[in-house]
Design a protein around this ligand. Structure first.
Ligand SMILES: NC(=O)c1ccc[n+]([C@@H]2O[C@H](COP(=O)([O-])OP(=O)(O)OC[C@H]3O[C@@H](n4cnc5c(N)ncnc54)[C@H](O)[C@@H]3O)[C@@H](O)[C@H]2O)c1
Length: 252
């Protein structure tokens, strides 16, 4: 059974700890020790008050569900300790230099860095771009004012541009844009809308290529404790952890 260490015990961390199936959470770390203790109480894990101690735990895979800053600060230390890592705050990997360093280190240490689907679907098709060119990728995301921390009573376009620039402006909200670009190898046209009528986090993903075209609309229910986070993101990690070592692998 995989031994999981949770780096970040917020909304996603709580959901993972409460739904261990096919893996066990043995270690947790969060700058907020109260949140870490809540998560430990859910799953019987050990709370580590500091990151160095957390790295000495018996966890063989770390789930980062903390922040873009935490990926920058800790991802390489995790790999150097001989542990695999699942990176949910994938926006951090929009930084080419950081991503290349992490990938090189994973190669040298023989470890794996997993980027879960998170709050989007359709990464499988985008990955085929390695073999048949993807020519156009558009992501149109709509969120509520509470989710984006923007006060408005009308629907408004708050960002239009590249994924890199969008994650710089909205580091807690648009990780999916970076996952999409990494999967396709193509710069996406990203639009972020705020809408007071939105009760869900909506991602419209359109891509075209030699294979044909895809149009997907994902209407994500927000997590009850954090409107910025879609429930699907936590579910994608649970699914990844459950299937990671299975002999029968489904999908690309
Ligand atoms: N890839 C995706 O599709 C996707 C979807 C949803 C959320 N996310 C990202 O996943 C992360 C977790 O989401 P959440 O809803 O659980 O957030 P949250 O704010 O509810 O919880 C994050 C927790 O991590 C802790 N934390 C933050 N930085 C830390 C650090 N440097 N060291 C230790 N602890 C730290 C915080 O104290 C907090 O308890 C966020 O970065 C979010 O943007 C990605």
């Amino acid at each position: 059974m995989k031994k999981v260490g949770l780096l970040g015990c917020g909304n996603v961390g709580h959901i993972i700890a409460g739904r261990c199936d096919g893996f066990v959470v043995t270690a947790v770390y969060d700058v907020d020790t109260k949140r870490a203790q809540e998560v430990a109480d859910l799953c019987g894990a050990t709370v580590y008050p500091d990151f160095d101690g957390f790295m000495e735990s018996d966890a063989d895979i770390i789930v980062e569900a903390a922040s873009v800053a935490a990926v920058r600060e800790y991802a390489q230390a995790v790999l150097s300790k001989g542990k695999d890592i699942i990176v949910l705050s994938v926006g951090a990997l929009a930084d080419d230099a950081l991503r290349n360093d992490i990938e090189d280190l994973a190669t040298r240490t023989g470890r794996r860095v997993y980027i879960p689907s998170g709050a989007i679907v359709g990464l499988d098709g985008l990955k085929t771009g390695d073999f048949a060119k993807i020519t156009r990728v558009v992501l149109r995301t709509t969120k509520s004012p509470a989710s984006l921390g923007i006060a408005t009573d009308t629907r408004m376009l708050v960002f239009k541009g590249t994924a890199v620039d969008c994650i710089r402006e909205f580091p807690k909200n648009i990780n999916v844009a970076v996952a999409i670009e990494l999967a396709s190898g193509v710069k996406a046209d990203v639009e972020l809308w705020v809408d007071p009528a939105a009760t869900q986090n909506i991602h419209e993903l359109i891509y075209e290529g030699e294979f044909g075209e895809v149009t997907i609309t994902v209407r994500n229910n927000p997590s009850p404790d954090n409107p910025a986070t879609s429930y699907l993101a936590a579910l994608s990690i649970l699914t990844l952890l459950r299937n990671i070592d299975r002999p029968l692998q489904i999908g690309t």
